[in-house]
Design a protein around this ligand. Structure first.
Ligand code: FAD
Length: 487
């Protein structure tokens, strides 16, 4: 963008928003240069902080008229570079839209603005005996708007579903600045299921400005079991055995030796530091259900070779055991200058072989890998430890990460479980999807955003990009549907 165009954009923005809601000085915009994937950084041209839906609409109308790209941002905790700004674009922060509009215990739902923190919803619902089930480990910080845009998961999603299963309705501002409602307050709504389409759309189809979430009754009782294994493979096998027994735990998480040691040193959760792997298995429900399932799960874990099987004595111990899991990412972050968090999902029964392969590659590349993940969902989070100051180490890390994701696809899984594609996994999208499928994605994008102004360059690769990545053959440069804009 030319300097004079930039100046006129800033001038126009200042007619729509107060002075302190338009940031363009270097020291003001620097904090927005990356999300949780800090390997990629870029300051935006300008950051805007609207505090009402009308202001969001006005910003979108202006950007649409001037054909300026817009990247929406919630809390910036994303791990795939989804909120990475564009040098010539507007970064639209939803942080000031942070009101809980209503909690409706009769409909078991809450209407919230997009900047509301995930955990704040459960805090507001608690006086009614209700809570919001999806609980990403980042829940103290991440926003519900970002959760919807990423279709976030969490420990409790094994039993209660992902974000998409726990929302009813969205208010969305389109690229043209119009307000639309998708979904509804009833259980079903007519027409195409745009609610599902917008969930996980990574800011590419519209700006989410209101979310109606479902709330669930707080279970009568919840109990957690810790099982320690002397072999990762035994723990991986136990995961499948628990589910095969017909028990759906509220959460079933695995941590390997490196992750256990990091978390223990960080929060003193009481983990056995000599174990090769631990499973944390939470059971919730009525008193009777919990007692019965605890006994059954203990038996299965022991039969699978668990050395120690410990049931938390009280809520304090339960909270402590979960604290270690929830703090595992930052804990691992203390072990090396940098870490790269992967996020692939595989069919649960393939866990043992995939974990074995990752361990072999870790040796081969000379890069330690800590595993801490939603084992029950088959959602892996290998954390590759590296030092970006060592020449070539980031590239080797990215190569190893890419191989892990491609392995996930090869065993019938996907390249993302919950963190989204963003910029990080855009190459692997070419492995996951065939050109005809990607072309359908482009057609959907084109229907909502014909000029490609919303978060361009993220989530869905151009077909040319796939050709460069080596995963697709574009014959003589001829693409299917060449008239479509690519983004
Ligand atoms: C320590 C740690 C642990 C984590 N654990 C988990 C976990 O267990 N499960 C999990 O799923 N994720 C986890 N994450 C990843 C991250 O917290 C989630 O992806 C979260 O949903 C991002 O929310 P956010 O508000 O930070 O969004 P941002 O990072 O700001 O944005 C994420 C994406 O959403 C888009 N977006 C944001 N707000 C809007 C909006 N209002 N309208 C349209 N698009 C929007 C952005 O453009 C971007 O593409 C973790 C992250 C960290 C740092």
């Amino acid at each position: 963008m030319m300097a004079e165009d930039r100046a006129s954009l800033l001038e126009a923005l200042l007619t729509l928003l107060p002075l302190d809601a338009v940031l363009c000085e270097e020291e003001e915009i620097r904090p927005y240069e990356c999300d949780g994937l800090s390997a990629y950084r870029q300051t935006p041209m300008v950051v805007v902080l609207p505090s009402s839906v009308d202001q969001v609409r006005a910003v979108m109308r202006l950007c649409h008229a001037l054909k300026v790209p817009v990247v929406a941002r919630g809390a910036g905790t994303g791990l795939s570079g989804g909120a990475l700004p564009l040098a010539g674009g507007v970064l639209l922060s939803l942080a000031k839209l942070k009101s809980i509009l209503s909690v409706d215990p009769r409909n078991r739902s809450a209407r919230v603005q997009p900047g509301v923190r995930n955990l704040a919803i459960s805090e507001a619902a608690a006086p009614f005996g209700l809570y919001y089930a999806p609980d990403p480990s980042s829940q103290i910080a991440c926003s519900i708007g970002g959760n919807v845009a990423e279709n976030a998961g969490g420990v409790h999603c094994l039993k209660y579903g992902l974000t998409v299963h726990n929302i009813l309705k969205l208010g969305v501002v389109t690229v043209e600045g119009d307000y639309i409602t998708v979904g509804g307050d009833a259980l079903d709504s007519p027409g195409y299921d745009l609610l599902a389409l917008f969930t996980g759309s990574e800011g590419l189809l519209g700006v989410i400005v209101e979310v109606t979430v479902k709330l669930l009754p707080i279970p009568e009782r919840a109990q957690v079991i810790l099982a320690a294994f002397d072999d990762v493979m035994k723990a991986a096998t136990a995961v499948g055995e628990v589910i095969a027994a017909g028990i759906i735990p509220a959460g079933l998480e695995m941590m390997d030796r490196l992750a256990i040691q990091a978390a223990e040193a960080f929060v003193h959760a009481g983990y056995p530091v000599d174990a090769e792997a631990i499973l944390l298995c939470e059971i919730d429900g009525t008193n009777e259900e919990v007692s019965e399932h605890i006994m059954a799960v203990r038996r299965i874990l022991q039969a699978c070779g668990a050395g120690e099987v410990r049931t938390a004595k009280d809520d304090q111990e339960r909270a402590r055991l979960w604290k270690g899991r929830k703090a595992a990412f930052p804990a691992v972050g203390r072990m090396a200058p940098d870490y790269y968090c992967m996020d692939g999902t595989i069919p649960r029964q393939r866990l043992p072989e995939v974990l074995r392969r990752i361990a072999e590659w870790s040796q081969e590349y000379g890069l330690p890998v800590a595993n801490v993940f939603h084992a029950g969902d088959g959602n892996l989070h290998p954390l590759i430890l590296y030092d970006a100051n060592n020449p070539g180490e980031l590239q080797r890390t990215e190569e190893l990460g890419g191989k892990i994701l491609e392995l996930c696809v090869a065993v019938g899984g996907t390249i993302t479980g919950e963190h989204g594609v963003g910029v990080e996994k855009i190459g692997q999208m070419c492995v996951q999807f065939a050109p005809k499928e990607l072309t359908q994605f482009h057609a959907v994008k084109h229907a909502f955003d014909p000029h490609g102004l919303l978060n361009p360059g993220k989530a869905v690769p151009t077909l040319h990009r796939c050709a460069e990545f080596g995963a697709m053959h574009v014959h003589e440069g001829k693409l299917p549907f060449p008239e479509l804009d690519r983004f």
